[in-house]
Design a protein around this ligand. Structure first.
Ligand SMILES: Nc1ccn([C@@H]2O[C@H](COP(=O)(O)OP(=O)(O)OP(=O)(O)O)[C@@H](O)[C@H]2O)c(=O)n1
Ligand SMILES: C[C@](O)(CO)[C@H](O)COP(=O)(O)O
Length: 250
């Protein structure tokens, strides 16, 4: 859609920032993780389509590997997206946190709800995306999709000598723990303030909002929103896609 014919976003418009600039070290040697294929389609395209599947999302900002922004733009041009969805590509930074900030800096006015979604979670279902957006629109400044843990978790202390076993110091109550996914959803002003204020390293955006002392709430996550991190996750992702194709009857 051209800039002239595109309606300007209203207060209810939602944009998604997709950090996709990581190397994918834990996945092993190869192209940057977001550009690797799942059933023949780049992981990033799956992730963009997962955001664009929500009727509420009209802009996707892709934060590309710093040296790969042109390639990512061509890749997006070559893959069909819904007509209502525009996209912008910006080069990323050295950490996820920096990449998200660079994506936010490129966000035009008019988008009051912002999702931050890992390219590495390509298969999140649209119902999860919509649940996050709805919770933000209902007034929560920050929303995370999350699942209860299947494993018991131990807190450990550093080993006393190289190669020695780590001593366990605590077993947190599993019933109160959640494994957090993306997309995480935010009121735009809150997310911008969090990224301008918090300078320590964090592993997700919601924890920056927690550091501002603001309310972060959880909505149910989905097992298919898992993060492709290690080689076995690629096998699982392709199996999920195969199951979807079977269920869709083609
Ligand atoms: N400098 C970085 C690092 C990460 N990410 C993005 O943040 C998301 C979650 O990060 P992760 O799964 O840890 O990806 P990588 O950093 O690529 O993985 P690894 O730590 O194995 O290298 C991914 O979509 C990744 O592309 C990013 O945009 N910029
Ligand atoms: C944002 C995140 O996906 C929530 O679980 C996660 O914290 C990213 O961590 P990573 O180590 O950068 O993959």
């Amino acid at each position: 859609m051209s800039d002239e014919s595109r309606p300007s976003p209203g207060a209810a418009s939602t944009a998604a920032v997709i950090p996709a600039a990581g190397r994918g070290v834990r996945l092993g040697p190869g192209a940057p993780k977001a550009l690797r294929a799942l059933n023949g389609t780049p992981m990033l395209i799956h992730a963009v389509r997962a955001m664009a599947a929500s009727n509420a999302v009209s802009l996707v900002i892709v934060v590309a590997p710093p040296e790969g922004a042109t390639e990512v733009k061509s890749m997006l041009d070559a893959h069909a997206l819904p007509e209502r969805t525009d996209f912008v590509v910006v080069p990323g930074g050295a950490t996820r946190q920096e990449s998200v900030k660079l994506g936010l800096d490129a966000l035009p006015p008019g988008y009051e709800t912002v999702l931050v979604h890992d390219a590495a979670r390509p298969l999140v279902p649209v119902d999860t995306v919509d649940a996050v957006i709805d919770a933000v629109r209902e007034g929560a400044p920050a929303v995370v999709p999350a699942l209860p843990l299947a494993d018991t978790v131990k807190e450990v202390a550093p080993a006393t000598a190289p190669g020695a076993p780590e001593p366990v110091v605590a077993t947190p109550d599993r019933a109160r723990l959640r494994a957090v996914q993306t997309p995480q959803g935010f009121d735009r002003a809150t997310l911008v303030r969090a990224h301008e204020t918090v300078t320590n390293d964090v592993t997700d955006d919601a924890s920056m909002v927690e550091q501002l002392g603001l309310r972060v709430v959880v909505v149910p996550g989905h097992e298919e929103a898992f993060k492709v991190t290690r080689p076995l996750d690629l096998v699982l992702a392709e199996a999920v896609l195969a199951r979807r194709r079977l269920n869709d009857g083609f």
